[in-house]
Design a protein around this ligand. Sequence first.
Ligand SMILES: Nc1nc2c(ncn2[C@@H]2O[C@H](COP(=O)(O)OP(=O)(O)OP(=O)(O)O)[C@@H](O)[C@H]2O)c(=O)[nH]1
Ligand SMILES: [Mg+2]
Length: 301
Amino acid sequence: MGIFDKLFSGLSKTRNNLDELEELFRDYAPDSEDFYDDLEELLVLSDVGVQTAESVVRGMRKLTWERRFRKGTEAREGLIELLSRMLQTGESSLKIDSRPSVILMVGVNGVGKTTTIGKLAAQLREQGKKVLLCAADTFRAAAAEQLDVWAQRAGTEIVRHEEGSDPGAVVFDGISAAKARGSDVIIIDTAGRLHNKQNLMNELAKIRRIISRELPDADVETLMVLDATTGQNGLLQAKQFLETAGLTGIVLTKLDGTAKGGIVFAIANELKLPVKFVGVGEGIDDLIPFDAKNFVEALFK
Ligand SMILES: Nc1nc2c(ncn2[C@@H]2O[C@H](COP(=O)(O)OP(=O)(O)OP(=O)(O)O)[C@@H](O)[C@H]2O)c(=O)[nH]1
Ligand SMILES: [Mg+2]
């Protein structure tokens, strides 16, 4: 299956939710208030969020007036254009040119951090990069085990310590190993943490400090993994992580399991952070580099 087909099937539930949009455009009348009310309602149902849905509706009113839309097909195209533009916030591809460069994966419990690292490691390996995984989730023994399994699947090296050891020390060792072995990218797995647990958030800040001390000139991507099924709650989490960890982008996982893919628009509009990847399944190939145009196309095809 090609990337677009994967995205298309991953978005099938969200698309079902938006099916009523097609009806809306079929009965379109440019000066009908019902159209705007129904549009807003449908967007909110798909988890676009109230604030962002309102902003889309405002944008549609403006576009309708500017371009004198008469037909539903024109309005539909207008909406697609508006939504694609909304998703273009910042650089959606990874900036990992330095050697080594660092990808730090953060987020709350169970969102898919470790799985995403496995998938990403495999992709980077395919691009010919030498990847080193760093098991800084020392909270449970099973966490390093799980990362080890992914390292074997993806064919990468791994640095891990005993359960309960200091995550900062693992990161330090990981960086030393990467320097010694000439790795291109270090991907750091961290323990899931709640955004309101201050000591754990401080631990993240400490990991960040170690990275900037040991690799002052390196490219560092700090990616927050968000579970699409948690909806608007995820936005609140992301705001807190943004403050403590200085995020450079979002990975949105489990899009295959939800009708709430509209959360992507809320992320772009409210956080002004680029989505860099979306997860559409549990397999090693189920991570798709994010592209605004493809995403909206897969949603409206
Ligand atoms: N359907 C689906 N499942 C996913 C996706 N990404 C991850 N998962 C599943 O989500 C569950 C949790 O994934 P993990 O990678 O362990 O999550 P984590 O964030 O590392 O969890 P903690 O380390 O416990 O905080 C696993 O069962 C994964 O297979 C996805 O894109 N789609
Ligand atoms: Mg994990």
